[in-house]
Write a protein that binds this ligand. Sequence first.
Ligand SMILES: NC(=O)c1ccc[n+]([C@@H]2O[C@H](COP(=O)([O-])OP(=O)(O)OC[C@H]3O[C@@H](n4cnc5c(N)ncnc54)[C@H](OP(=O)(O)O)[C@@H]3O)[C@@H](O)[C@H]2O)c1
Length: 259
Amino acid sequence: MSPDPRPSNPQPTPAVLILGGTTEGYALAEALAERADLRVVSSLAGRTDQPRLPPGEHRIGGFGGVPGLIDYLRTQRLDAVIDATHPFASAMGWNAAAACEALGLPLLRLERPAWQPQPGDDWWQVDDWPGAVAALRHSGARRVLLAVGRQELAPFADLDAIHFLIRAVSPPRPLPAFQDARLLLARGPFSLGDERALLRDERIDTLVCKNSGGEATAAKLAAARELGVRVIMRRRPQRPPSPRATDVSAALAWLDNCL
Ligand SMILES: NC(=O)c1ccc[n+]([C@@H]2O[C@H](COP(=O)([O-])OP(=O)(O)OC[C@H]3O[C@@H](n4cnc5c(N)ncnc54)[C@H](OP(=O)(O)O)[C@@H]3O)[C@@H](O)[C@H]2O)c1
């Protein structure tokens, strides 16, 4: 009888959890899709009704805070975590840092670079929405493009001397009671030509947005620069200190190094 070539006690396949739902999260799952030597699980928050599903395994919905995440990582025998959530989804990042520290697991933050002001820009950078509201009052803004996400409109609804053009991917539920607002449903990417036309046709004097970074929604900043439109830009929230990658290839290198 020939000997069995399989090892008697095979090592389990290393497993990585991607906290995803972002362009970077999908791109990483796609880059890892062909890796037979790795188990890849993507986690989506479950905020979207029919989310795009990444290749590999996936799960949907919150974990139940740090204890729930610790329990999940342990029972699913995960060996590493890559936090690829949106730059403004910081609660998940802090939970991931606490859970990985408790279990001694390696954690990488994969995050697209922030936008930086260019010569000619008129950026007013703020740390939160109350800061943006104060900046709007102080600036004398009259016609504002509000591109802050449909769930973050309420802080602006009391500004009744301003006409708001609210741009969102899907309808706010509910839409706060603005005195003077129009809803524009649109999904990026947006071209420079379209952004220029929108700002000009709507006679926008101020744009309010988050520093999400990335290409898909950056054209509004170039259009604002060209037309002299003021930008009230919310800075990114603080993240826990952890290794960082700004693109998928750096994340792949980190993963190969730590597993
Ligand atoms: N905030 C934004 O501007 C923005 C923009 C575009 C996309 N997103 C995406 O939308 C999701 C939610 O954003 P958020 O600002 O509400 O996040 P958050 O404030 O950081 O997270 C709130 C809670 O949602 C759950 N959660 C978040 N991301 C998750 C994931 N990938 N998998 C499983 N559970 C997740 C966690 O619940 P438990 O505590 O129960 O585990 C977390 O504590 C994120 O995945 C983010 O990437 C956010």
